[in-house]
Write a protein that binds this ligand. Structure first.
Ligand code: PHE
Length: 344
């Protein structure tokens, strides 16, 4: 300590120096160290206090003592203020460090997770269901593994009926050979619905069907059909034609029309194939239909003298292929997201 300074000057210096060092403290820990330096054994105030003893005049000694106490009090105030400011800053830093940015988290999750798309056949099935629900139909489903009875016999094809060869059947191993099949069409669901639902019946039955086919651009061994069944009193062929026409307009658009061509199915009599005419005049073959055969009504537990009805069935995959201009049916089952992403 410079000896040419008066004790008052020494106190003022020590105070100014102390306040400056307190205010410069960069952290709470730093502040503690500064404080220890000022008030500790080697601190400037300890030296000043001990030098007070050398002041001979009592009044002057008292006044100096007072001055030192005031200076200490000022240091204390400065310390409190600095400590408070440091704590606030450190708290904010701590909060910032602990912060978890959920927005960023959500955004990166969204970016890294690619959204799937509905399969074209699922999209088509849902649209078909919507259209038929709009026409007053209900949706029904049946099993994919069927018995010979439902897939053939109840549909007016007794064992060894030649029409069975219209469908290349895949058989399931069972105790009675040939009695369990992978359904070759959705028509067996007609029988199940007739057995379960009291008439009148207005139902569509979508689902997967199976045939022993080699996959190519227009055939798959596993594909989808939607079956329609109407059973009521006094249903005629005109109701069938009218329903096909309403469906055509509702599903494809007002510019499309339909036509029926005579055909043969064992379970309908008379039977027809129906085609859809595009606005450009070209035709799409869609499916089969006809008036439910009396044998089929009986197999379904209904009296043909009281009830009559019509049925239709067509492939969904080909419709989806047609609608989206897909060249090869096999592409629809490649399970490649880049394919499905093109259509949504
Ligand atoms: N089940 C027939 C088929 O798969 C289609 C069809 C259904 C025909 C209903 C008439 C009535 O080819």
């Amino acid at each position: 300590m410079a000896s040419d300074l008066t004790p008052q000057q020494q106190v003022a210096h020590a105070l100014a120096d102390g306040v400056a060092r307190i205010q410069a403290a960069a952290s709470s820990d730093d502040l503690k160290a500064v404080l220890a330096g000022l008030t500790g054994k080697k601190g400037s105030f300890v030296a000043i206090r001990s030098s007070l003893g050398k002041v001979a005049d009592i009044e002057e000694r008292k006044a100096l003592g007072q001055l030192v106490n005031e200076a200490m009090a000022e240091l204390d105030v400065a310390t409190q203020a600095r400590a408070k400011a440091l704590r606030a800053g450190e708290f904010a830093t701590q909060i910032e460090a602990d912060r978890v940015d959920l927005t960023e988290l959500a955004m990166s999750a969204r970016a890294s997770r690619r959204r799937g798309r509905m399969h074209l056949v699922t999209q088509a099935t849902e649209r078909l269901e919507d259209v038929f629900i709009g026409l007053g139909f209900q949706i029904a489903e049946g099993p994919e593994v069927e018995t010979d009875f439902y897939n053939f016999e109840a549909l007016n094809m007794p064992p060894s009926h030649p029409a069975r060869s219209m469908w290349d059947t895949l058989f399931i191993e069972s105790d009675v050979e040939g009695s369990v099949v992978l359904r070759t069409h959705t028509s067996p669901v007609q029988i199940r619905v007739m057995q379960e639902w009291p008439p009148p019946i207005y139902a569509v039955m979508p689902g997967r069907v199976f045939r022993k086919e080699t996959p190519d651009a227009t055939h798959m061994p596993v594909f989808h059909q939607i079956e329609g069944l109407v059973i009521d009193r006094g249903i005629t062929f005109a109701d069938l034609a009218g329903t096909i026409e309403s469906f055509t307009k509702a599903f494809f658009g007002p510019g499309f029309t339909s036509r029926l061509r005579p055909s043969y199915f064992p379970f309908t009599e008379p039977s027809a194939e129906f085609d859809i005419r595009r606005p450009d005049g070209s035709w799409i073959e869609l499916g089969g239909c006809g008036m439910v055969h009396p044998h089929v009504l009986r197999a379904g537990g209904l009296d043909p003298n009281e009830w009559s009805g019509f049925a239709f069935g067509f492939g969904i995959d080909r419709m989806a292929k047609e609608r989206h201009g897909v060249e090869d049916l096999r592409d629809m089952y490649s399970d490649d997201v880049r394919f499905t992403e093109q259509f949504s």
